[in-house]
Design a protein around this ligand. Structure first.
Ligand code: NAP
Length: 289
């Protein structure tokens, strides 16, 4: 029989997290005249980004935060975009700033990210926050890996030290910060990527397996250690239109002790963690607890 907690329901988990955030935002009203504010800048008309920004705005308002949305044309210059960021850095109603990626090719993503005040960098992409994460200093951490860590701890408990963790993928937004978070928790971490030989040799030793590659159903049953916690970050749209992860869910189901589905696993946690980061930034900036 399937363990009732085997499937990690990211939708329910995210809903629960948003409820906790909403309760905290409400409680903060008695301590501060201000409320947390999140500003999102969207450049151009990428349909996926537009959907993401719409969902984010809706959820920001639902948890009682103030939502600021700025839409800029595809033709906006890097200078104009950075001027808007500087304005938001100085806006005392704004505690979190997110620039929706990807940006048009004529704009340097790193220049834009580095223009955001580190204290308001709720995506956790600024070099200062990355450095803090590497040094094990409490900081604003990228939302997707943060959500993955919360789900792992929910199932395995707060103390995951000593576990073997394998992360497949070494992108700056998912793989690397995920590996760093697990390392900071005392896991023995291996990072696999496109140049890794015989990935299966590593994954079959993993108590925790996080996959963030972008290749549909890449991870099969014989890659997974019996009883592993499997977190699938991948979002792939098949020709049929169906969404699928990087892990072959049905094939790996029996072998895993815990597993995230796609959709409905990691995905919903990303926005919830963005709100958690905005609340954290607010408390730090306004010095309230
Ligand atoms: P990315 O920047 O394209 O990075 C992919 C990583 O996978 C790279 O490190 C790459 O290795 C590695 N890789 C590629 N082919 C491989 C192979 N055959 N074997 C092993 N490793 C391989 O992607 P990303 O931004 O990290 O995103 C990964 C996936 O997660 C995508 O499906 C994306 O849509 C999804 N995602 C989901 C969320 C969410 O909220 N759920 C958020 C972000 C991303 P190299 O570095 O060696 O090239």
């Amino acid at each position: 029989m399937t363990h009732p907690q085997k499937i990690i329901d990211g939708k329910a988990f995210a809903e629960n997290l948003r409820k906790k955030i909403a309760a905290e935002v409400s409680a903060l009203k008695s301590k501060s005249a201000k409320k947390p504010g999140l500003a999102v800048i969207l450049v151009g008309h990428d349909p996926a980004s537009e959907v993401y920004v719409r969902n984010k705005s809706k959820q920001t308002v639902e948890v009682g935060m103030e939502n600021f949305e700025y839409k800029m044309p595809e033709s906006v210059s890097e200078k104009e975009l950075i001027a808007k960021i500087n304005e938001l850095n100085n806006n005392t109603k704004v505690h979190g700033i997110l620039v929706q990626l990807p940006l048009p090719k004529h704009i340097s993503e790193s220049a834009v990210i580095d223009a955001i005040a580190p204290a308001k960098d709720v995506d956790g992409f600024h070099a200062v926050n990355r450095g803090h994460l590497t040094a094990g200093i409490d900081s604003l951490v990228p939302c997707t890996p943060l959500g993955c860590l919360m789900m792992i701890k929910d199932r395995l408990g707060d103390d995951i030290s000593g576990k073997n963790a394998v992360v497949i993928g070494k992108s700056n937004i998912v793989g690397k910060p995920m590996a760093q978070l697990l390392l900071n928790e005392g896991c023995t971490v291996t990072v696999c990527h496109s140049k890794t030989k015989d990935i299966k040799d590593f994954t079959t030793k993993a108590d925790i397996l996080v996959v963030a590659v972008g290749r549909p159903n890449m991870v099969k049953r014989d890659w997974v250690k019996q009883g592993a916690c499997v977190i699938d970050v991948g979002i792939n749209r098949l020709e049929t239109g169906k969404l699928t992860g990087d892990v072959d869910y049905n094939d790996c189901f029996e072998t895993s002790a815990y597993i995230t589905p796609v959709p409905g696993g990691v995905g919903p946690m990303t926005i919830a963690c963005l709100l958690a980061n905005t609340l954290k930034a607010f408390k730090r900036i306004e010095r309230v607890n």
